[in-house]
Design a protein around this ligand. Structure first.
Ligand SMILES: *Cc1c(COP(=O)(O)O)cnc(C)c1O
Length: 344
């Protein structure tokens, strides 16, 4: 009786193929909650797509990819002397290095390791400042440099910034002509590729690949119980009183799944909130709008989501689902843990 992600398999796979074909050198990103699918599923899918490299966020995630994907695994969090060393798969791991001293340490400890040198961008997360790239060349001689990586912000003139790095890369003696880029849009990518024909630009893409065709992804919650309730009846941990006659639905999906009190703002327009308020007045009574849709409308939480289930009200005149039915739930894919993912 789970929280399920149902996927229309055919159009989803078609979307994945289209994205891969239109982004030569793409490195699919499989990290965190695996964009709702789980990292293991994405690893198998990346293998099916025939790409040569998958990017994970952390070393701890690599073991989920390595047995399911035949190619290389790029770890995007920079290597540090205390990072776990994935010995048996070392050959297939590409490390990200963001500090000169770490390059030196890695070169001393594990010469021949495959590395990507991260450049610090205005994103200001990890990486070497541009003016330090030249000084970082010497320790890389004992390593196998697979590229330079740029993690760009979602705003500002990212293309100009990427180009400054391309110019720097072509001016230093780093043994690579590959640039991994994150978060350039398609127009910017095309511009970068055409302006730097001597470089190989490889986009690292997660969201637009796995979640780029939202219409084929259907998160649904199983209805666990349907209780008829009377106005004033007290329910839930907090024993709040039911605002009017109707139904109390117990739905699968709680805090452990990432269901929060605040429904994601996607799809909840000011207008729909306004309508809900005018019709129910429940927001002013301290109730919160849930992400669950029953009989065509978002329903109010009877109380904050519990660990694995949520309780929502449905007014008496509305059609209620049966126990075992599934109802749509609007979730943020990167923060939701589904119990099952069903790809048709
Ligand atoms: C998560 C991440 C990506 C992928 O981001 P999406 O927005 O999901 O495409 C790319 N690069 C880095 C460094 C990341 O951390």
């Amino acid at each position: 009786m789970p929280l399920t992600l149902r996927v229309d398999g055919e159009p989803w796979r078609a979307h994945l193929r289209t994205v891969v074909q239109s982004h030569p050198g793409i490195v699919p990103v499989a990290k965190g909650n695996g964009y709702g699918f789980g990292i293991a599923k994405l690893a198998r899918r990346a293998d099916w797509l025939g790409v040569d490299t998958v990017a994970v966020g952390m070393y701890e995630e690599a073991p989920q990819v390595l047995p399911r994907f035949a190619g290389d695994v790029l770890v995007m969090t920079p290597w540090r002397p205390e990072s776990p060393w994935p010995s048996e798969a070392a050959r297939r791991i590409i490390h990200t290095l963001g500090r000169s001293e770490d390059l030196q340490t890695l070169a001393d400890r594990h010469p021949g390791s495959r590395v990507v040198v991260e450049g610090l961008t205005t994103m200001t997360r990890h990486g070497l400042p541009r003016q330090e790239l030249a000084a970082a060349v010497s320790p890389t001689r004992a390593l196998r440099v697979e590229g330079v990586a740029l993690h760009l912000p979602m705003a500002g003139d990212r293309l100009a910034e990427a180009e400054e790095w391309c110019a720097k890369l072509t001016s230093v003696d780093l043994a690579t002509t590959t640039v991994f880029v994150s978060h350039l849009d398609d127009t910017e990518l095309r511009a970068l590729i055409s302006r730097w024909p001597s470089l190989t630009v490889r986009p690292r893409i997660g969201t637009d690949l796995w979640l780029g065709n939202r219409g084929v992804l259907h998160p649904v919650a199983t209805v666990l119980e349907v209780h008829q309730v009377r106005r004033g009846q007290r329910v839930g941990y907090r024993q709040r009183s039911v605002p009017r006659d109707g139904w109390l639905l117990v739905l699968c999906g709680g805090t452990a799944h990432g269901i929060g009190l605040e429904a994601p703002t996607t799809g909840v327009t000011v207008r729909s909130r306004g309508i809900a308020l005018a019709k129910g007045g429940l927001e002013s009574a301290g109730f919160a709008l849930s992400p669950f849709t029953v009989d065509g409308r978002r329903r109010w939480f009877a109380e904050p989501p519990q660990m694995q289930v949520s309780m929502v009200f449905v007014p008496a005149r509305r059609a209620v689902p049966a126990v075992g039915d599934e109802v749509p739930v609007d979730v943020r894919f990167t923060t939701t843990t589904f119990d099952t993912v069903h790809i048709s």
